[in-house]
Design a protein around this ligand. Structure first.
Ligand SMILES: Cc1ncc(COP(=O)(O)O)c(C=O)c1O
Length: 453
């Protein structure tokens, strides 16, 4: 019923209000005001629909009388192999911590694309870097050297833990994890891995084999053999799982998807020591925690860790897809046995370099620590009755509720605040690290209203 209402509303607005909002609002931050050479109309719809029917990205040009224009939502529903539980909103532009739907309603974005847009939307340095690079060169085969790739690699190695000396560049988090697993097997000539209960490392076969949740694993079994899970934060139980065949121990330092659980420092340091003693590689997955999110550039710093392999992605290029497997000298990476066509492409590298520059220039990891502390302090003071516990570091925050999280998440959305779930009773709050205190106060007011039950 809700879906029908929203679709009708969209159809209605696609007449005047949508055209008006696109004409007046989209231009400054994203899509050009005037269609290029009469082809692409603002908002994405082609002026001339292909096959005379549906304009890609949007609605038919002119519905015949009595004919219903297809909304963007309907088009996605018709043509997308959808694997996500969708929310009934269509977003068309964003700036900073604000994101606008197609009828011009503004929302405070405390999702950041699941921890991707750490600099906020439409960061000027990143936009300029992408524009300049796109005009110069987007793709460069990995069998050649490239200026933008070289510059990024140098920056990345400077900001990651000191023992890490080289990186393999790829396109996503799961691909980074796959690389880490393959490099570990190759280096150690062993084949087993230990991960943590509750872990999430991605959806490809190796990454999925390292992921704990049955709902994700079972439909795709059989998975890669040799993966075991130790209870979270329990060193003795983890140590007991190590065998002469253990190639790597892989962990998130703060479990994200698992519900914002922070590992103990002592537990992590014991694991690092065990790895050194037993010729096991210590693989740290900072795909979600990295690039300032949790109050330092990487959480490894806060815990004094020097992993053998660090997996990165998400915020690395503030929204341009990219991943990285950052390795110590211990790691042997075979030439000619692994690869990726678009990994380390100049466009993503330019975006990542600009992202790192912005994080450093504006000391965003420190801002995340301060803003996170402010948020927790404000929310804990006279804590809303619906919250059982607040967890996390920096701006990687989880609010554990007494009740199921989705009704509260949808109430926040109605009031103009976007947050997202972990499990069935945790709300994740991941604003851009650049969010203003005024916006944080607005987000806090909505959460307080919704969670005071
Ligand atoms: C800790 C962690 N590792 C790996 C991944 C997989 O990343 P991607 O979705 O880019 O493949 C995710 C994604 O949420 C993640 O949070």
């Amino acid at each position: 019923m809700v879906a029908v209402n929203i679709c009708l509303r969209v159809d209605f607005f696609q007449g005047e209000a949508l055209k008006k909002s696109l004409r007046e609002e989209i231009a400054p931050d994203g899509v050009s005001k005037k269609p290029l050479r009469g082809e692409i109309a603002p908002g994405g719809a082609l002026k001339k629909p292909l096959k005379g029917e549906i304009a890609p990205g949007g609605a038919s040009k002119k519905p015949l009388r009595g004919e219903k224009m297809q909304s963007f939502m309907e088009l996605e529903e018709q043509f997308l192999v959808n694997v996500y539980p969708k929310r009934k909103l269509t977003f068309v532009r964003a700036k900073g911590a604000t994101i606008w739907d197609e009828v011009g309603k503004a929302y405070i974005d405390c999702i950041s694309g699941h921890g991707v847009t750490n600099l906020g939307h439409g960061n000027l340095k990143v936009t300029q870097a992408i524009t300049e690079q796109a005009q110069r060169m987007i793709n460069c085969s990995n069998v050649f050297y490239n200026d933008s790739r070289a510059k990024l690699l140098e920056k990345l190695i400077k900001i990651t833990p000191e023992n890490l000396t080289r990186a393999f560049l790829c396109n996503s988090g799961a691909e980074a994890v796959e690389g880490a697993l393959k490099f570990s097997r190759f280096t150690t000539k062993k084949h087993e891995f230990i991960c943590a209960a509750g872990a999430f490392h991605g959806r490809t076969y190796g990454a999925l084999s390292a992921t704990f949740k049955k709902e994700y694993r079972e439909p795709f079994a059989p998975l890669v053999p040799g993966f075991q899970f130790a209870p979270f934060n329990d060193f003795e139980k983890l140590e007991a799982l190590a065998t002469g065949q253990t190639a790597g121990i892989m962990l998130e330092l703060i479990q994200g998807e698992g519900g914002i659980h922070v590992c103990d420092k002592e537990y992590l340091q014991k694991i690092q020591k065990l790895c050194r003693e037993r010729n096991i590689l210590f693989i740290v997955d900072e795909i979600q925690t990295g690039f300032g999110r949790a109050g330092t550039m990487f959480v490894s710093e806060q815990f004094g860790l020097e992993p053998d392999i660090l997996c990165l992605a998400k915020a690395i290029a503030n929204g341009i897809p990219m991943g990285a497997v950052v390795c110590s000298d211990k790691v042997e990476v075979p030439v000619g046995k692994h690869g990726t066509t678009s990994g380390g492409n100049p466009l993503a590298c330019a975006a990542a370099s600009a992202t790192i520059d912005s994080l450093l220039d504006d000391d965003l990891p420190k801002q995340a620590a301060e803003k996170g502390a402010y948020f927790v302090e404000k929310l804990s003071h006279d804590m809303p009755t619906g919250i059982r516990e607040i967890r996390g570091l920096g701006l990687m925050l989880g609010l554990e509720l007494y009740a199921n999280n989705m009704p509260a998440i949808l109430s926040c959305q109605k009031k103009g605040l976007l947050v997202f779930p972990a499990g069935s009773n945790i709300i994740r709050v991941f604003p851009p690290l650049t969010i203003s205190y005024t916006e944080l106060d607005k987000a806090l007011a909505v959460l307080r209203e919704v969670l005071s039950v």
